[in-house]
Design a protein around this ligand. Sequence first.
Ligand SMILES: C[S@@+](CC[C@H](N)C(=O)[O-])C[C@H]1O[C@@H](n2cnc3c(N)ncnc32)[C@H](O)[C@@H]1O
Length: 293
Amino acid sequence: MVGNYELVTLKGGIRSIRSMTHGETMHVGTDPRTEALELHVGQQKIVGRSLEQRRESSSTPPTPFIIWDVGLGPAANAISAMTALREAAVSTTKDKIPRVEIHSFEISTEVLEFALLHSRELEYLTGWEATIAELLAQNCAEVTPEIRWVLHRGDFSRQAHHAPSPHSIFHDPYSPARNPEMWNLETFASEWKAVDGPECGPCLLTNYTRSTAVRVTMLLAGWFVGKGVPTGEKTETTIASNRMELLENPLDEEWLSRVRSSTNAAPIRGRNYERGPVAPEDYAKVRQLRQFT
Ligand SMILES: C[S@@+](CC[C@H](N)C(=O)[O-])C[C@H]1O[C@@H](n2cnc3c(N)ncnc32)[C@H](O)[C@@H]1O
C-alpha cells in the first residue's frame, strides 16, 4: 500500500487498484480493460460513431469527436478508448481517420501517479507511461496526430465545464453512496447542459449502476435514460442520451410503475446520500417527461 491506494488481485489474477479512502476497488468483477470496453467503448460504438462523424463533417479541419472521461482515475477507460481508436486507424485511409479529443476530469491525480508506478502490474498501462507523464506535466498530450488528450483538474461537481460539447461521456466516479456529489441532480444537469441545444451533436453517456435513484436523478436532469449492457458481476447498467432514438432499451412504463413502490427512488440532491421513496411531486415530473408520454 502507498498513500491512499493499494494494488489488489482480481479473479483470474488481473491486478486493479483499491482506494482506501473510499473503500472501493476499481473495475471490480472484471478486469479494467474488459469493463472499459464493454461498458463504455463498445456499448457507445465509439469507433463507428467517430468514423461516421468524420464522414459527415464538411468543415476543414473536420470537427473532432469529443469524449468526456468523468473520473479519470487510473485511466483504464481513456486508454481503452484510445487503443481502440488507434487500432481502427491502422485499417483506415489517412484522410478518413477521425480527429478525437478526450477530455478527462479528475479531482486528484494521485491515483494515476500511483498507477504509473505500477504500470507493469496493471497491464493495460504498459506502453502508455510517457503519454501519461506528459499529460500529468502539461495537462495535455498529443497521442497521435489525430488524438488529443486533455486533463481538467478540480472538482467536477463544483465547476463550470470548459470543454467542447461531448458526443460521449464515460461517467465513472466512485459509487453513489461514497461519492454522492458526482451522482446528484446538479452534476447530471451540468452534463445535460453541455449537450442540450440545436448546435450539440448526438451524445451517449454510460455508467455502471442500475440504481433507481440514479436513473430518476438522470431523468429529472433532462436525459433520456435506458438499460445498459451487463458487465462483470452487474447484470444491467445504465445508458443515457440527448436523443431518444439512440437508446436501444429506453426505460419504459413497466420500469416507471416500479419506481413508485421502490424504497430507493428519491433523486439525489446536494452532497449527502439519503435513500428514500420518490416524493409525489418528483414522480409527477418524471411521469410527464417526453420519454414516457
Ligand atoms: C472509480 S475511479 C475512476 C476509474 C477510471 N475511470 C478508470 O477508467 O480507470 C473514480 C475517480 O473519480 C474521481 N472523482 C471523484 N469525485 C470527483 C470529483 N468531484 N471531481 C472529479 N473527479 C472525481 C476520483 O478521484 C477517482 O479517480
